[in-house]
Ligand binder design. Structure first.
Ligand code: UDP
Length: 463
């Protein structure tokens, strides 16, 4: 029997690359004798964390990694937004990707949501190409819907809500991804241009599962003519997380040792993604609100990036950041830190609630470990994810919606109390049920297992 070689190209961000690598592991585990995977990695020098992740995987993995020689980053006059820069940079890898793929026999290519330029390479080489989509079906439906609207829609100032296939409620403007509000600066047309190409692939693999987004998954197949088959194979989660590769081992151990000393479900965890940071005024409001709740807390805090394209960094120290005496007064109940292995924290029995920026990986990790979320979207498609989790799926409660307002300490206090005191019993119960479902769906006969089986059969039929 012939071996199927799968090649994967993913956007070099933690939120896109890590699920793509995990997906590779799922593929191999599903059919170890017949499928091997090569990941072609793209790097951006300004993002050392992603490069550390790639390095760590390269040296330990059963997956083959090929680091592509990077072309120069595009000059600033070629783009207005980060997404345009990233997309152009990826596109400039086309010749090297083509050359690399030519040396792999029987290859099937997977590209992610911002690597659609590589569909051209698949076409030139006449090889099958699939999309790996690391965000929810809800966001896929939303961005596909945008491709059917005129340039001026949806109107950013509009008070009216957008009716989108797969959403039972109209989506209000505070649930739109931010690029729909600030179109030029955040690269609206770039997102939509990528989405226009999704239909050109042979299939769309989504990191979700039928039982989580049943209505939306149905809508994808009935409302969008010409959309290829959709394979919901999630939740795909890297359960080792950065604990396995991040350089700050001591920091990780300190956090876990601290958590070990806390009572069960007593700690609220605050973390705002791999690119999230808060301004000083917001930090002070959160600190005041948190302190007033009296709850135990673990708070991941990063400094806003100083230069364009840079990512937020851990603070060197927290001097002058908090209200006077905050760290001293909360020393017995709280810990503020830099990058942690979020998945390890969510898996810890000490955690009782999660204030999250609502990146899709974070949501899946939280649901998998049965931790209820209070939503605090910041960037990307997170406002839509938050809307879906709160209003559509009733699996989260809202702290922050919209984009610009400062969330005051009173509001933080009220929401964290609601989250941690478990006032919404229905929410807690639903999250626990969904957590059980996460385990079931990936087991034999589970919906995601079956979807992966269907996908693997299609891949094998091509060799
Ligand atoms: N993450 C982490 N530690 C942090 C921040 C983030 O381990 O301090 C991980 C998190 O567990 C998730 C990923 O980084 O797997 C972030 O992906 P997500 O889709 O949630 O958000 P993004 O960072 O892409 O906005």
């Amino acid at each position: 029997m012939k071996q199927a070689e799968v090649a994967i190209i993913a956007t070099p961000t933690i939120g896109n690359l890590t699920p793509a690598v995990e997906f590779a592991t799922h593929l191999i585990n599903h059919h170890p004798n017949r499928i091997s995977v090569t990941i072609l990695t793209i790097s951006i020098p300004q993002w050392p964390l992603v490069n550390d992740y790639i390095q760590s995987r390269t040296s330990t993995n059963h997956i083959r990694f090929i680091q592509l020689d990077p072309p120069e980053l595009p000059p600033p006059d070629q783009y207005n937004s980060s997404i345009e820069l990233i997309s152009l940079h990826i596109q400039n890898h086309k010749p090297i990707v083509k050359q690399t793929l030519q040396n792999l026999p029987f290859v099937t290519l997977f590209v992610d949501m911002f690597c659609t330029s590589m569909i051209d390479v698949a076409n030139e080489l006449n090889i099958p190409c699939f999309l790996f989509f690391a965000s929810p079906a809800g966001y896929l439906s939303f961005v596909l819907h945008l491709t059917t609207l005129s340039e001026s829609e949806p109107e950013s100032e509009s008070e009216s809500a957008l009716v989108v296939p797969g959403f039972t409620n109209p989506v209000p403007s505070n649930g739109y991804p931010l690029y729909c509000i600030n179109k030029k600066e955040l690269g609206y047309s770039c997102f939509v241009d990528h989405a226009r190409r999704y239909k050109e692939t042979m299939g769309i693999v989504i990191n979700t599962f039928k039982e989580l987004e049943p209505y939306t998954l149905d809508a994808l197949s009935t409302c969008y003519t010409g959309l290829p088959p959709v394979y919901p194979v999630g939740p795909i989660i890297d359960r080792d997380g950065p604990a396995k590769w991040h350089a700050n081992r001591a920091g990780h151990e300190k956090v876990i040792q601290w958590l070990d000393k806390q009572p069960e479900s007593s700690v609220v965890f605050l973390c705002f993604g791999s690119m999230g940071s808060l301004n000083r005024a917001q930090v002070r409001e959160i600190a005041t609100g948190l302190e007033r709740t009296g709850h135990r807390f673990l708070w991941v805090l990063r400094e806003p990036a100083k230069k364009k394209l840079d990512l937020p960094n851990d603070y060197d120290d927290f001097e002058n950041l908090f209200p006077d005496g905050f760290l001293h007064r909360t020393a017995g109940i709280g810990l503020v830190c830099g990058w942690v292995s979020q998945v390890s924290v969510l898996a810890h029995k000490g955690i009782g609630g999660f204030v999250s920026h609502c990146g899709w990986n974070s949501i899946l990790e939280s649901i998998s470990y049965g931790v209820p979320i209070a939503t605090w979207p910041l960037y990307g498609e997170q406002h839509l994810n938050a809307f879906e989790m709160v209003e559509e799926l009733r699996l989260s409660m809202e702290i922050r919606s919209g984009s610009s307002d400062l969330v005051l300490a009173d509001e933080v206090e009220r929401c964290v109390k609601d989250l941690m005191d478990g006032r919404d019993c229905e929410l807690k119960k639903k999250v626990k049920e969904m957590s059980e479902m996460c385990k079931k769906v990936v087991m034999k006969n589970g919906s995601s297992f079956e979807a992966l089986e269907d996908l693997v059969n299609v891949i094998l039929s091509k060799v």
